[in-house]
Design a protein around this ligand. Structure first.
Ligand code: MG
Length: 384
């Protein structure tokens, strides 16, 4: 069995969010977005699929780095394929990104599932058939009835509890929102949510990412008083020393690194240098399911949790397969967004949640994505 064809189908679909000047998503009017579907096809017709951004796998990236390392190769040697492509990153001048590696790795795992007739979450370890989700809010905004005030967050947290969520993570206000960045405002939102959900609901905070140390330490200590489970990425993560300092100076759990480059190697350095209390991984941050599982196993070896960043079928598979992962991140949520509604290109969303707040692993072979291929083909805009 050999890989015969690799293509990325770019297609259009409706969107209901818009990005602010710093790149954060907020609810917006109906618009048109563009996504891509990577398809890796074998000589027996089996197809592995992964959704990604069109910019992850531009035609020259596919042609220079991906196809030469996949065509004619066995689809079952995923680690081999990952390293064959990864080694081209060094001299690619930044053209071959970790996200490109991720898309390929996800599609290969989907293919492995279809070849073997097993869901990916079982193939990579299969620790649990369902996992508790935390509702992850969008960043704060300035919308009437949105997430503009601490009281708005509290009201939305109440709604989340009614929907079944048993844990909540707030994203605070970021630039360019009025008044941001401001640790006092972040704290007021966190305190308002704690007040309304009571003492037993796990809470987390993902604030503005560029605070100075003094602000971060104040906020961390105040969140510890509110019994928050963790805070993530309140400073530039390239400064591991700052995180080592923070972790050593507060009783609050610091989770990281999230967006720092370096894949599983960086996560291991942070553990070695006591720069975090809990390890962060995510398939779109570290280059796929394969390196994300290495992060989880590395953290487990040091009796540390490894919490998965972000949504989607790949991250859900890692969370379901990891003994030391507590939650699946579900979102981003907002009072004006219907998260449970499938996108145009889906028959079902990847992470349907039951009334008790659990997301279940699917039994279908592969990643468990339920895509509307008729829609995708009908809205295709490229032939690469
Ligand atoms: Mg984060």
């Amino acid at each position: 069995m050999k890989i015969e064809r690799v293509e990325a189908i770019t297609f259009t679909h409706r969107t209901y969010t818009q990005r602010d000047s710093d790149g954060h998503n907020h609810p917006g009017p109906e618009g048109t977005g563009t996504s891509a579907l990577l398809q890796i096809t074998c000589d027996d017709g089996t197809v592995g699929q992964a959704m990604c951004r069109p910019t992850d796998l531009r035609p020259d990236v596919l042609e220079r780095f991906v196809r030469p390392n996949l065509i004619g190769q066995s689809p079952l040697l995923i680690e081999r394929a990952w390293y064959a492509i990864y080694k081209w990153q060094r001299l690619s001048g930044g053209q071959l990104t970790d996200r490109a590696l991720t898309a390929v790795d996800l599609a290969l795992w989907d293919l492995m599932g279809k070849v073997t007739g097993q869901p990916v979450w079982k193939l990579i370890g299969g620790y649990r058939p369902k996992i508790l989700a935390y509702g992850s809010t969008m960043c704060g905004d300035d919308m009437e009835g949105g997430l503009a005030t601490p009281e708005d967050y509290a009201r939305f947290a109440e709604w989340m509890l009614g929907r079944g969520y048993k844990a909540i993570k707030l994203h605070g206000w970021m630039v360019p929102m009025p008044g941001a960045p401001n640790v006092k405002l972040d704290y007021r939102a966190c305190a308002a949510v704690r007040e309304v959900v009571g003492p037993d609901i796990p809470l987390m905070l993902d604030p503005h990412h560029f605070y100075p140390r003094s602000d971060v330490l104040w906020l961390a200590n105040k969140l510890a008083e509110l019994d928050f489970v963790w805070m993530e990425e309140p400073m530039e993560e390239a400064s591991m020393s700052s995180y080592k300092w923070l972790t050593g100076n507060t009783g609050l759990n610091i989770l990281g690194p999230e967006t720092m480059t370096g894949k599983h190697w960086t996560r291991a350095e942070w553990v070695k240098h006591d720069a975090c209390d809990m390890v962060r991984t995510g398939v779109w941050d570290v280059g796929g399911i394969s390196p994300a599982m290495k992060c989880a196993h590395m953290a487990e070896s040091f009796h540390m949790a490894c919490e998965v960043h972000g949504t989607g079928a790949g991250n859900l598979a890692v969370a379901l397969a990891s003994h030391n992962c507590t939650f699946y991140e579900r979102g981003l949520l907002h009072p004006f967004i219907d998260y449970d509604a499938p996108a145009d290109y889906q028959n079902r969303i990847d992470d349907e949640m039951d009334a008790d707040g659990y997301v279940h692993g699917r039994e279908e072979p592969g990643l468990g994505q339920d895509l509307n291929m008729d829609y995708i083909e009908a809205h295709r805009v490229n032939n690469d």
